[in-house]
Ligand binder design. Structure first.
Ligand code: NAP
Length: 477
């Protein structure tokens, strides 16, 4: 590799982590990096498009930063290309100096409780994908007509998103980009109570403050917290939570909810603590009818902090709908090392480690949730991607200077056999004739925005691959 030749990088996945990695590389002073981003869907932005709740348009506006990266002359986007199907790891290593895996954590985590697969019991990830119009989830059905109570298991921001979406008034949803199929079902919903169940206490909840505060501002729903249950959960001291500003503020917000008399809205969100589902029970039609919960107490965890331990106390809550919102899970990529236990690609500071977990592989890097697990907010991925890009730069620098290994366990440099931009594009187009370029995405974007405009909505999402490809093709040169 000479100093003048471009350094070609493939980023797999177009969510925040992938875009921050691309942005950092393109900003490098050497101006030698060329980035091709490969994305399974025709559309970019990952969870910003299909995870962030539709009533949070400000959070979605982060895509303006990614649009700037996408407009860079050394950036190309190849959508509708599936890693492991249209293109393999070996194909990419033949064409790029490095691959950056940015595929996130697309799967849900099961609870491992009997009956959780009953009709009416769902993964929150599926519901989120459905209301956001993700093509993999468009076909799903959620029966919001038969159930009056829904239970959401988990005390993270996804649990809050799901609960809020279930109680938002039609006029609150109308100006959003909620998928049309979901708007119709949500408008007819008979769900009037959503119970959010946490296995630990308010001080241990994973909510962030603005999201918890927002519950108290809903136009059509009361927030109910039982003071006795709240204080029981707070009775065990948690020094780590007392040190944590977010946890302290969460407790303060929850105490204010407990103290506030309900306004008498038609809908309510009830926050319960120290409870774990132990069985999902069917009604007479074989549909979810109720959930058996066990009361927990907080005990010291072996690694520090407090964990939930079941007591003998039980209660049964009738519920026709349940959503488990207990975290996302990464899935393995064909041919790429994967740590089953933590569901991430094993890595050291973003350098992918070989399957034995010791040495870094030449030319393979990882960013975002598939690097560190499903934690943090969108902005967390900026710093995370910087760490990986710094590792890559150190590896490349050590190879250019002939200095030998860089500090912090370097990866050997990788030299592709066909590093030209045209040959890889020809390969991708050969494997996926319906490849969507960035201008194809811009055509989709224009189409969606124009559909939304008459109703004052940011966009009407196209929710099937066929419709997305049709829109992308409409303005293809
Ligand atoms: P999360 O923040 O990790 O929360 C998962 C929750 O599930 C925790 O309360 C956890 O309790 C609970 N849990 C795990 N296993 C359980 C089990 N077996 N039984 C009962 N409860 C269990 O995950 P998330 O809500 O999926 O969110 C993922 C990430 O996306 C987070 O970083 C979140 O902040 C972010 N996000 C942000 C926004 C936003 O900024 N608006 C919106 C959505 C998501 P324990 O603590 O006891 O393990």
């Amino acid at each position: 590799m000479t100093h003048e030749s471009p350094i070609r990088i493939a980023v797999i996945g177009s969510g925040p982590a992938g875009f921050y990695a691309a942005g950092h590389l393109l900003k490098d002073a050497s101006e030698r990096f060329e980035v091709d981003m490969l994305e399974k869907l025709p559309t970019p932005w990952g969870l910003v498009r299909s995870g962030v709740a539709p009533d949070h348009p400000k959070i979605k506006s982060v895509t303006r930063v990614y649009e700037k990266t996408a407009a860079h002359p050394r950036f190309r986007y190849f959508g509708n290309v599936t890693f492991g199907e249209h293109v393999s790891r070996e194909d990419l290593l033949a064409h790029y100096h490095a691959i950056v895996y940015a595929t996130g954590s697309p799967a849900d985590r099961p609870l491992g409780v009997p009956g959780e697969e009953l009709p009416g019991s769902h993964a929150a990830t599926e519901f989120v994908g459905w209301y956001n119009g993700h093509p993999d989830h468009t076909h799903l059905e959620f029966d919001l007509l038969s159930a009056e109570r829904a239970v959401v298991v988990g005390n993270g921001n996804v649990a809050l998103d799901v609960a809020r979406m279930l109680v938002l008034a039609p006029e609150e949803l109308a100006p959003t980009d909620t998928a049309n199929h979901a708007l119709e079902v949500l408008a007819e919903s008979r769900v009037s109570e959503v119970v959010i169940v946490g296995r630990r206490g308010p001080a241990q909840a994973a909510f962030t403050n603005p999201e918890l505060l927002e519950l108290g501002e809903l136009a059509g729903a009361d927030v109910i917290v039982d003071e006795a249950e709240l204080e029981r959960a707070l009775a065990v001291a948690d020094p780590a939570a007392e040190e944590d500003i977010t946890a302290r503020k969460n407790v303060e917000i929850l105490r204010s909810y407990a103290a506030k008399p309900p306004a008498g809205h038609a809908k309510r969100i009830v926050l319960r603590f120290l409870l774990s589902p132990i069985a999902f029970l069917p009604d007479e039609h074989g549909h979810l009818g109720s959930i058996e919960l066990v009361r927990n107490e907080l005990v010291p965890a072996p690694g520090g902090g407090l964990r939930a331990q079941a007591t003998d106390e039980r209660e049964t809550l009738s519920a026709g709908l349940a959503f488990r919102a207990i975290g996302y899970r990464g899935i393995p990529l064909p041919g790429v090392p994967f740590d089953e236990r933590s569901a991430i690609i094993p890595n050291r500071a973003g350098r992918v480690l070989d399957p034995d977990g010791a040495a870094p592989l030449a030319g393979e890097y990882v960013v975002g949730w598939i690097k560190r697990g499903p934690s943090g907010v969108i902005g967390t991925n900026k710093k995370d991607a910087q760490e990986t890009v710094d590792a890559m730069l150190a590896d490349l620098l050590s190879s250019c200077n002939g200095d030998g290994p860089a500090p912090e366990g370097p990866a050997r440099p990788h030299t592709p056999s066909e590093p030209d931009a045209e040959s890889v594009e020809a390969l991708l187009r050969g494997r996926q004739p319906e490849l969507v370029t960035y201008s194809g995405w811009e055509a989709i974007d224009r189409r969606e925005r124009s559909l939304g405009e008459p109703a004052g909505r940011p966009r009407v999402k196209l929710t099937t691959i066929e419709d997305l490809l049709r829109a992308a093709a409409a303005e293809r040169p």
